[in-house]
Design a protein around this ligand. Structure first.
Ligand SMILES: O=C(O)CCC(=O)C(=O)O
Ligand SMILES: [Fe+2]
Length: 342
C-alpha cells in the first residue's frame, strides 16, 4: 500500500505542496479493483485525492466545467443589486430553491478578523431536476438559458460522486442494502448542489480574503479550479500544504458525513483557500460539486452524539456566518489557530 500521508512534499515552509494520489474516472466507473483500493487508501489517510477526468468515457467533463465557468462569469458580471435579489443565507432556505447567490464578505474568511473573499452561485440538484413548464427556472436570463447545461453537469458530476460512494462502501464491506449510496438519493431533503465560487483579487489591504479553514459537512466534494490557493492541513506534518491544480483533474475530498457514516474510518480533512501569490493577477474560479446525504439520515458525530444529518448541517453551516463563531465546530479542532497569517 502506498502511504499517502508520507506524501512527497516540497519542504519550503508556507508554500509546500502536496502530491495527492490520482484516481482514474474510467477505473472508478468500470469498477476496477486497484482503483477501488487506491481510493480507499487515500480516503482513510488524508481524505483528499485527484480524480483524473480525462479518461471519463464521455470525454465531456472538462468541457462541461468550462461551459459552467463561462456561464457563472456572465452571472457574476451582472450588477450587484440584481444578484442580491437572490441572496439567501440560511441553509434551510437555500435547499428548496433552484439557486441562490452569496455575496462576498458574509462569512468569516481565511484571515482572523477578516471576512471571506468569494462570491458564490449555489445551484441545488433536486429543485433543478423538479423544474417544469409550470414551474420554470427563476432568476436572470443567463441562468434561465443554461438549464440544460446545468442539468447535464449536475448529472455528470453527481454520477461520479455517487460512484465514489459506491466504491468506498464496497471497500468498507457495506454492500447491497447497507451501501452508503442509500443515503444519497436525489431528494429534496438531500442538499446536494453545484457551486461556482469566484474569489476576489487580493492585496495585503484586502478586508475580504479567502475561504475559512473548515471541514466539509457533506459526503464528497469535487473541486475544479485552474488557479491554486486550496490548502489542506497535513495532520502528521502539522503543516498547511497547497494542493496544486491539475488540468483535467478534480480535487476530491471526504466530508464529515462520510467520515461519520464510515465509523470514522474515512477522513474529513481540514482545508482552506488563501491567495495564491504565483498567480496573483488571475481570478480564482472554482466549480464544486457537493454530494450531501439525505437530511433524515443519522450518524454519530465527532462529539459522540447521535445526530440527524439535517441538524448537523444547520448547526455547522450557521457557524460559518457567525462573527463570534465557534471555530472548532467548523474545523473540528479545539483551540487551534488555523487562520492564514500571510
Ligand atoms: O474554492 C475551493 O477550492 C474550495 C472551497 C471549499 O473548500 C468549500 O466551498 O467547501
Ligand atoms: Fe470545503
Amino acid at each position: 500500500m502506498v502511504s499517502y500521508l508520507d506524501g512527497e512534499a516540497t519542504a519550503n515552509g508556507a508554500s509546500a505542496e502536496i502530491q495527492l494520489v490520482t484516481i482514474s474516472a474510467a477505473g472508478l466507473l468500470n469498477g476496477d479493483k486497484q482503483t477501488q483500493n487506491d481510493l480507499f487508501d487515500a480516503c482513510k489517510s488524508l481524505g483528499f485525492f485527484y480524480l483524473d477526468c480525462r479518461d471519463h468515457p464521455s470525454k465531456s467533463t472538462t468541457s462541461l466545467v468550462d461551459r459552467i465557468s463561462a456561464m457563472a462569469l456572465d452571472f457574476y458580471d451582472l450588477p450587484l443589486p440584481s444578484k442580491e435579489d437572490w441572496a439567501e443565507l440560511s441553509f434551510d432556505e437555500v435547499k428548496g430553491r433552484p439557486f441562490a447567490y452569496k455575496p462576498a464578505g458574509k462569512q468569516e474568511g481565511s484571515v482572523k478578523g477578516k471576512k471571506d473573499g468569494w462570491e458564490g452561485l449555489i445551484i441545488m440538484e433536486t429543485p433543478m431536476a423538479q423544474l417544469s413548464p409550470s414551474s420554470p427556472m427563476p432568476g436572470p436570463k443567463v441562468l434561465q438559458d443554461s438549464v440544460g447545461l446545468i442539468l447535464e453537469t449536475q448529472g455528470h458530476l453527481g454520477e461520479l460522486s455517487r460512484a465514489i460512494v459506491a466504491a468506498l462502501s464496497q471497500s468498507l464491506g457495506l454492500t447491497d442494502n447497507r451501501s452508503l449510496t442509500r443515503y444519497h438519493p436525489m431528494d429534496i431533503s438531500a442538499p446536494t448542489d453545484l457551486e461556482i465560487l469566484k474569489y476576489l483579487p487580493y492585496t495585503p489591504g484586502s478586508e475580504k480574503v479567502g475561504h475559512i479553514p473548515h471541514t466539509d459537512l457533506g459526503s464528497i466534494s469535487m473541486v475544479f479550479a485552474e488557479v491554486g490557493g486550496l490548502q489542506v492541513f497535513h495532520p502528521i506534518k502539522e503543516e498547511w500544504m497547497f494542493v496544486p491544480p491539475k488540468p483535467g483533474h478534480a480535487v476530491c475530498n471526504i466530508g464529515d458525513s462520510m467520515e461519520f457514516f464510515s465509523g470514522n474510518i474515512l477522513r474529513s480533512s481540514l482545508h482552506r483557500v488563501i491567495p495564491y501569490k504565483q498567480d496573483s493577477e488571475k481570478i480564482r474560479l472554482s466549480v464544486i460539486h457537493f454530494l450531501r446525504p439525505s437530511g433524515v439520515a443519522e450518524f454519530v458525530g465527532a462529539d459522540g452524539r447521535q445526530w440527524k444529518v439535517a441538524d448537523w448541517n444547520t448547526m455547522k453551516h450557521k457557524q460559518f456566518y457567525e462573527r463570534q463563531h465557534r471555530l472548532e465546530v467548523v474545523t473540528r479542532r479545539e483551540e487551534q489557530n488555523d487562520f492564514w497569517t500571510g
